[in-house]
Structure formats: structure tokens, C-alpha cells
Design a protein around this ligand. Structure first.
Ligand code: ZN
Length: 300
């Protein structure tokens, strides 16, 4: 809660899914209403407070950046930011320290760059950790050493030290890591359980070790998705890309330092998938498990 946003309507985050709570969202006519509804946590309007919660504001700012990106590259340019000041912002950040609005966990894929998608052209806007297929392992005890430790260290720093109000796991379409997991753990004719195994001669094997983090999600998606056998390879990949984001969001929330801040309303964990073919973003609605395209004002 900060004084400079005193004129903005307020939402309080409550970790609840009661239908009465959800119904209270439906009369929200603000520009960010759809985006906010696209997230699991229920928001309760508290009109007696005249400020906006930090997670709500962070999400609005992030999606405003996305809309600027869409406007610049797919629309009429009417929402392009003109006040970008890299040098001045860097001066201030070097002096005062960073305070990014969000941690974004995304894939290494060169087509799905969070800074581009969220129009984060000034330094200090978002804190990013990237790995193959945006995988976040679950909490398995303090100090547990395992694949994904680098990602977890970045997440711990962003949440506990930088105190970001928002964590976004952003997957993307046509993900090579997802394809690798399907090849290894799906059971179609094109699949190979020995794919990406360790090869002493070439030194390969890191991909196989890494995508093992997605093994259970891949098998569960295969087993639980209706019509999986009739789906094309690209349809299966589309389904798994989304399930991996959903699982990573759940896994982020298993960390006590995350869960406590979510419970207090100081942090929200959100999921999204970026489509590398058309440049659109879909956000996860935890109530339905569906991904909904963010309204960006661009028709294409
Ligand atoms: Zn990827």
C-alpha cells in the first residue's frame, strides 16, 4: 500500500474460492478486470480503502506493458510508451537498488522473451529467470539439492529479498523442451524413452536430465486428457505446454516463503502462455484451469 496510488480503486487478495467471493468479481468493470479474473486468487473489492494492492498493481502494469507491445507491433501504435528513459532509470537503480514489479519464469526460447512481451524496455522493470520449458520443481525441504536449483535460487532472491509482489510463469507455444518431454515420456509411435539419454562419447545428456522434471506432468497429461490418442503432435504439445505452466505455478506455491506471502496477500503467482506464432498472451484462470487471451485492443 503506497500513498502515491491513493486514487486507485482497491482490491484485496484473498486466498479463497468461495462462489460468493467469485461472484463479487463479476461487477468489476475496470480495464484490468478480465486479467485479474484470469488468476486463481479471488479479489474482494474493498471500496472503503482507496488504494490498490501491490500484486494487483503489478499485474496491471505488466499487462499494460503487454498491451503496449501489442499496440506497437500488431496494432495502431496508440499505446506505445514514449517516456522510456534507460540512462536515467539505470542511474537511479544503481543508486537506490532494484525493485522489479515481478519475477517472470520463462523458457530460454529466443522467441518468447519476457522483456519484449511485457514491453519492459527500462532497466529494473522485471526480474527474469529462464530455463528450458519454464520448469519449476516443487519444494522438497530446505537445502534439497536437485535439478532446478538455479531457478529456485533466483526465485528465493526475488521473493524474499526483492519482495516482488508478482510471480508469473510464462510458457510458450512450439516449445522445444515440451517437445523433448513428449518424445521421451509420451507413448506414441514417434516417441522414444531413450531419447536424450547420457552419451559418454559426445557429452550429451543434460536435456534428458532436465526434462525429467516434466516427466510426471507429461504422463499425467497423457493419461488425463480426453481424446489424447486422437490428438496430433502439435495438439499434444499445446496441451502439455499449458499443463507444465499450471504445474509450475502450483510448484512455486509449495515453497513456504512463497506460500506465506500469498496467504498474507503480498504476492500472487500467475500463469501465462505466449503464442510465438501470433504474439498473443493467454493467462491462466485457476478456477477453470483454462487459458484466456488477454484483451489487448488488437483484433488480429
Ligand atoms: Zn520453450
Amino acid at each position: 500500500m503506497t500513498e502515491e496510488h491513493a486514487s486507485v480503486p482497491v482490491f484485496l487478495f484473498v486466498r479463497a474460492r468461495a462462489s460468493s467471493t467469485r461472484a463479487s468479481l463479476d461487477d468489476d468493470g475496470s480495464r484490468t478486470g478480465d486479467a485479474i479474473r484470469a488468476r486463481t486468487h479471488a479479489f474482494i473489492r474493498a471500496s472503503h480503502l482507496d488504494v490498490m494492492s501491490a500484486p494487483t498493481r503489478a499485474l496491471e502494469e505488466l499487462l499494460d506493458g503487454y498491451r503496449a507491445y501489442r499496440s506497437a507491433h500488431f496494432g495502431d501504435g496508440s499505446r506505445v510508451r514514449e517516456d522510456v528513459d534507460v540512462r536515467g532509470k539505470l542511474d537511479a537503480l544503481a543508486r537506490d537498488g532494484q525493485k522489479p514489479r515481478a519475477l517472470v519464469v520463462s523458457c530460454c526460447d529466443s522467441r518468447a522473451d519476457p522483456a519484449l512481451v511485457f514491453d519492459a524496455r527500462e532497466p529494473g522493470e522485471i526480474f527474469v529467470v529462464r530455463n528450458v520449458a519454464n520448469l519449476v520443481p516443487p519444494f522438497e525441504g530446505v537445502g534439497a539439492s536437485r535439478e532446478g536449483g538455479e531457478t529456485l535460487a533466483a526465485m528465493e532472491y526475488a521473493v524474499t529479498r526483492l519482495r516482488v509482489p508478482l510471480v508469473v510463469v510464462m510458457g510458450h507455444t512450439r516449445c522445444g523442451g515440451v517437445a523433448a518431454s513428449l518424445q521421451k515420456y509420451d507413448d506414441g509411435p514417434e516417441c522414444d524413452p531413450h531419447a536424450f539419454e547420457v552419451n559418454e562419447a559426445t557429452g550429451e545428456g543434460f536435456i534428458g536430465n532436465w526434462v525429467a522434471l516434466a516427466r510426471e506432468t507429461t504422463r499425467r497429461t497423457r493419461d488425463e486428457t480426453e481424446g489424447w490418442r486422437e490428438m496430433s503432435a502439435s495438439e499434444r504439445a499445446r496441451a502439455l505446454e499449458r499443463e507444465i505452466v499450471k504445474q509450475s505455478v502450483k510448484n512455486v506455491e509449495t515453497f513456504p516463503f512463497v506460500a506465506s506471502r500469498v496467504a498474507s496477500g503480498d504476492l500472487v503467482v500467475a500463469g501465462a502462455v505466449f503464442d510465438v506464432a501470433d504474439g498473443t498472451l493467454r493467462t491462466l484462470d485457476d478456477d477453470t484451469g483454462e487459458f484466456t487471451r488477454v484483451d489487448d485492443g488488437v483484433s488480429s
